[in-house]
Design a protein. Structure first.
Length: 802
DNA sequence: AGCACGCCGACT
DNA sequence: GTCGGCGTGCTC
C-alpha cells in the first residue's frame, strides 16, 4: 500500500497539515513528492500537493486520491523543503507558500456540475431546468435561481449527482507547421502532374524542393502570398502534411539580440570577482555583498561569474527588481547567454510566464533573470544566485507568505553549496552591517568605469526661492539648466514622487479638504480625466465645482503631482517635449517599454516620472537630473525614510552623465541641511552608514534590533483597537522582558477601504518563542477572522510601517 | 473554503 | 409536527 501525504488547497489553520490518501494501484510508484493531485475532501474535490509518499498511515479510513495532475513533480524536493521553511518563518499556511512558488497558471480551477442519473422520476421543476440535458454547470443552476433544497432532495433520492471537477489552467499554445510528406524525387514527379493552371501549388512544392524543413504555416502563407485553401489541396494529395507543434510564446520574438562577448575586466572588477570565482570552484555557500557605485560595472561582474558557473554545467539565478527589469537589462543577459536565458517578470502574460517557467522546469535553459518569485526557479544544480539592487523593497513580498527573496536565496545557496552575491550601490543598512561584521564577504567597487566621476550634485534651498519671489515649482537654477540642455540637444530626467495633478484640494472659504469616503486620506486631483481619485482604494469622482461643506466656489489645488509638473513645463518651456511616466501612463502592457524607447530615440527632451524612472535607466544623452522635491519622502513616518531618501537620491543621480557627456544633478528641497540629502549629494555612503547606524541604535531599530509588525484591521474601529490591545497584552505576557512591545497604535492611515487599522510593534534581539505565540494568537482569533471580517497580518522584518 | 449537522423559532 | 434560519465543527 502506498499513501500520499497531501497539503490541500484550503488556506486555514485548521487544514494546515497533511491529509493522507491512498494511492490507487495504477498510480503506485508514479505519484511522487511535489506533484499536484486532485483529492476528495469532504463532499467535494480539491487540489493538493503531495509532500510525501509513505507505506502506511496512522489514519484508518483512508480515501483514495482522485487524479494525478502532473507527469513530473512541479516542486523539487528542495523546493518542498524550502516551502515548509518559509511557511514556518513567515507564519503562513503551507498551501499559500507552495502556490507562491509556482506560476499562477498552475493554480487549480474548480468546477461543479449537476448530472442527471434518471430523468424518469425527476421532479418536474428540475426537468424543465435541464430541458433534456444530462449535465449542467452548477453556476448556471445558481444564475437561473434553481431550487437548491429540491436539488439536495434529488441528490438524496439518487436521481441527480453533483460532480466536482478540478482542472489546471495550463495550456499549450500550438502552431501549425507544414512539412513535405514525400521524398524530394516524388515531389518533383508530382510537380509535373500538377496542372499548369495551379501556379500557386507549383510554387509551394518548389519551395519544399529547396527546403525540406517544416515551416510555420503562417510564414509560408506570407512568403508565397497564398492561402490555406491552396495548402490544404496539397495536403489532401498527400504531398505535404500539417504538423502541430507545441511552441512557447516568446515574449522577445520581435527583438534582435546582438551577441556580446565578455568585456575585459577593470582592476577593481577583477579584485571583486576573484573571491566569487573561488567560491564557485570550491562550492562554498558564501554570501558576498558587492558594494559598487552606479556605473562601476557590477553587471559585467555578474555576467562573468555566471559564465564560470555555466562552464561547469551549472545553473544561475539572477534577481532584478521588478522596476529595473527593463528591456535594457534583459538585453544584456540575452545577448550574452542567448537562448539559455529564461526571463520572468510581471509584464509577461500568465501564459508567457508559464512558458518561461516550463523552460526552466524542463532544463532547457540554465540562466533565469527575473523578479522576486524567480528565486523559486526549479533548478537542481545551482552554481550561483545573484541579487542586484539588493536594497530594493520589492524583494519582499507584501502579502502572505511575506518572504524575502534574499533569505530564500541564502537558504538555496546553502542547499546547493553555492555563493550568493548581493549587489548594490546603496546596500541596505542591515546588509552592510552584516558585511562589516564579517557575516557577509564585503567586496567594494568604489570607482566608476573609465575614470568617470559621479556627476556633481547641487542642492537648491526652495525657501530661498520663495524669499526671492519665485513661487513656481522650479528653482531658477533648475529652469536655467533645463533650458541650456534643450538648446544643446541633451536630455533631462525629472523626478517627482507623486502622481496625479495636485495632492489635495481645499476650499479657501472654510478650509474643507476633499477626502475619500472610505479611507482616511485626501483625494488627489487628476487633471487629464478631471477627477478626484483615492490612491488607496478605487474610489473616484468627477471634480467638484463647489465646496461640499459650504458651497463656496473657491476651490484651490495644493501640492504638486507629475501631471501638474508636466503642465508647468509646457508653460515655462513650450518648446520642450515631455514624456510623463507614472502608474497612470504605464498601466497598459508594453507602454513602459514604449515610452522608454521613445525617450531613447530622442523623441523627447524631458523624461518626467515617479519612482519607476529612478532605477536602471541608462541613456547616454541624459546630462541633467532634477529632483523636484524630496521632502515628502523624508518626512514619512517610517524609520527607514532617511535611508530610502539617501538610496533614491543616489540612484537618481546615477542616471546622469553615464557616458561621454558630463552630467549634473539638481536636488530641490526645503530641508537642505538634512544629512541624507547632504551625504547623498557627496556620494558618502560610508558616512551615511555611520550616522544612520547611530540613529538606529538610539531608537532601538534594525539592524540593532529585529522588528515584528502586527497589523489588525476591522470595519469597527473599537473592535480593531481592542483586538490589537489584547494582542499587545498577550505578547507582553509571553515574550521575554528583553522585548519591547509598542501599541496599540493607530496605523499612519487609520482607515483604508472602510476598515480601521491598528498596529502593534515588537522590537527584540532574540525571541525563539515568538512565532509559536503568534500562531496561537491567530488561532485564537480564528472565528473572528473567519466570520467576523477581522484581519491580522504579521510582518517580520517589515519594509513598510504603513 | 464549503458543506453537513443540529439546534432553535415560526409556520402549515 | 416540519421547514428553514444560522452557529459549530470537520474534512484523510
Amino acid at each position: 500500500m502506498q499513501v500520499a501525504k497531501v497539503i490541500v488547497d484550503v488556506p486555514t489553520s485548521q487544514t494546515n497539515h497533511t491529509f493522507d490518501y491512498l494511492i490507487p494501484e495504477q498510480w503506485e510508484n508514479i505519484v511522487q513528492k511535489g506533484m499536484r493531485v486532485s483529492v476528495p475532501f469532504g463532499p467535494r474535490k480539491i487540489m493538493g500537493f503531495v509532500l510525501e509518499v509513505s507505506d502506511h498511515s496512522e489514519f484508518d479510513k483512508l480515501k483514495a486520491l482522485d487524479e494525478v495532475m502532473d507527469l513530473t513533480p512541479v516542486l523539487t524536493e528542495e523546493l518542498v523543503q524550502i516551502g515548509k521553511w518559509i511557511s514556518e518563518e513567515t507564519v503562513s499556511f503551507y498551501i499559500q507558500t507552495f502556490q507562491a512558488m509556482l506560476p499562477q497558471i498552475l493554480k487549480a480551477k474548480y468546477k461543479k456540475e449537476i448530472e442527471v442519473l434518471t430523468d424518469v422520476e425527476l421532479a418536474e421543476e428540475l426537468k424543465q431546468l435541464f430541458a433534456g440535458r444530462v449535465v449542467m454547470d452548477f453556476e448556471e443552476f445558481v444564475e437561473r435561481n434553481g431550487n437548491y433544497s429540491l436539488l439536495l432532495k434529488e441528490v438524496k433520492n439518487g436521481h441527480v449527482q453533483i460532480n466536482y471537477i478540478v482542472k489546471s489552467k495550463e495550456t499549450n499554445k500550438t502552431k501549425v507547421f507544414i512539412a513535405p510528406n514525400k521524398e524530394p524525387y516524388l515531389l518533383e514527379e508530382a510537380l509535373e502532374d500538377i496542372s499548369n493552371r495551379a501556379k500557386k501549388q507549383k510554387r509551394i512544392i518548389e519551395h519544399f524542393l529547396h527546403h525540406e524543413t517544416p515551416i510555420e504555416q503562417k510564414q509560408l502563407l506570407t512568403q508565397l502570398s497564398t492561402t490555406t485553401a491552396t495548402i490544404n489541396q496539397l495536403v489532401e494529395k498527400k504531398l505535404l502534411k500539417k504538423v502541430e507543434k507545441k511552441v512557447y510564446r516568446d515574449p522577445f520574438q520581435d527583438t534582435d539580440f546582438e551577441r556580446s562577448n565578455s568585456l575585459p575586466l577593470s582592476n577593481q572588477q577583477q579584485t571583486a570577482i576573484k573571491p566569487i570565482w573561488q567560491a564557485i570552484e570550491e562550492k562554498q555557500d558564501e554570501v558576498f555583498l558587492l558594494h559598487g557605485v552606479t556605473g562601476s560595472g557590477k553587471t559585467e561582474v555578474y555576467l562573468q561569474a555566471i559564465e564560470r558557473v555555466l562552464d561547469k554545467g551549472m545553473e544561475a539565478i539572477v534577481l532584478v527588481p521588478e522596476i529595473a527589469l527593463t528591456p535594457q537589462m534583459v538585453q544584456r543577459f540575452k545577448s550574452r547567454f542567448g537562448s539559455q536565458v529564461a526571463v520572468l517578470h510581471s509584464a509577461l502574460s500568465a501564459g508567457e510566464k508559464f512558458d518561461e517557467w516550463t523552460k526552466i522546469h524542463k532544463k532547457e535553459v540554465n540562466v533565469v533573470v527575473g523578479a522576486r518569485s524567480a528565486i523559486f526557479a526549479p533548478f537542481e544544480n545551482i552554481g550561483i544566485i545573484i541579487i542586484d539592487e539588493e536594497h530594493e523593497t520589492s524583494y519582499k513580498q507584501d502579502e502572505q507568505p511575506r518572504y524575502h527573496a534574499r533569505e530564500v536565496a541564502k537558504k538555496r545557496g546553502n542547499y546547493h553549496h553555492c555563493p550568493v552575491v548581493l549587489g548594490s550601490a546603496t546596500p541596505m543598512l542591515e546588509s552592510y552591517a552584516r558585511a562589516k561584521k564579517g557575516v557577509y564577504h564585503l567586496l567594494e567597487m568604489p570607482d566608476r568605469m573609465n575614470e568617470g566621476e559621479m556627476p556633481p550634485v547641487e542642492i537648491v534651498d526652495m525657501r530661498d526661492e520663495l524669499y526671492a519671489g519665485n513661487r513656481s515649482m522650479f528653482s531658477r537654477n533648475l529652469l536655467e539648466a533645463i533650458k541650456t540642455r534643450i538648446e544643446k540637444k541633451e536630455q533631462i530626467v525629472l523626478f517627482l514622487n507623486r502622481r496625479g495633478y495636485s495632492t489635495f484640494v481645499m476650499c479657501r472659504e472654510c478650509g474643507d479638504v476633499m477626502k475619500c469616503p472610505a479611507c482616511d486620506i485626501a483625494l488627489t486631483y487628476h487633471k487629464s480625466s478631471h477627477q478626484l481619485k483615492c490612491h488607496y482604494c478605487d474610489y473616484q469622482i468627477a471634480m467638484v465645482k463647489e465646496c461640499q461643506a459650504c458651497n463656496s466656489k473657491t476651490i484651490r489645488y495644493f501640492g504638486t503631482g507629475t501631471q501638474k509638473v508636466e503642465e508647468a513645463l509646457r508653460e515655462h518651456i513650450p518648446e520642450a517635449k515631455v514624456i510623463r511616466m507614472d502608474v497612470d501612463t504605464t498601466r497598459r502592457k508594453g507602454s513602459h517599454k514604449k515610452l522608454l524607447e521613445k525617450f531613447g530615440n530622442k523623441e523627447a527632451n524631458i523624461l518626467l516620472g515617479t519612482q519607476m524612472i529612478a532605477k536602471g535607466l541608462d541613456f547616454e544623452n541624459v546630462t541633467l537630473v532634477g529632483v523636484l522635491a524630496v521632502d515628502a519622502m523624508l518626512h514619512l513616518p517610517d524609520f527607514r525614510s532617511s535611508e530610502k531618501t539617501f538610496q533614491l537620491l543616489t540612484q537618481v543621480s546615477g542616471r546622469a552623465g553615464r557616458h561621454k557627456l558630463p552630467g549634473e544633478v539638481i536636488i530641490q528641497t526645503y530641508t537642505p541641511e538634512h544629512y541624507s540629502i547632504q551625504l547623498a549629494s557627496q556620494y558618502h555612503y560610508q558616512q551615511f552608514f555611520q550616522q544612520e547606524m547611530q540613529t538606529r541604535r538610539g531608537f532601538r531599530y534594525p539592524p540593532y534590533y529585529f522588528l515584528t509588525l502586527i497589523n489588525v484591521s476591522h470595519p469597527n474601529q473599537l473592535k480593531a483597537q481592542e483586538v490589537t490591545k489584547t494582542i499587545c497584552k498577550l505578547l507582553f505576557k509571553h515574550l521575554s522582558d528583553q522585548a519591547t512591545i509598542l501599541g496599540p497604535t493607530p496605523s499612519p492611515i487609520v482607515r483604508i477601504n472602510n476598515r480601521y487599522r491598528y498596529q502593534c510593534m515588537v522590537k527584540y534581539k532574540d525571541e525563539p518563542n515568538q512565532k509559536a505565540i503568534i500562531r496561537k494568537i491567530q488561532e485564537h482569533y480564528y472565528d473572528d477572522i473567519h466570520r467576523n471580517d477581522l484581519t491580522i497580518q504579521v510582518d517580520f522584518e517589515p519594509y513598510s510601517l504603513m
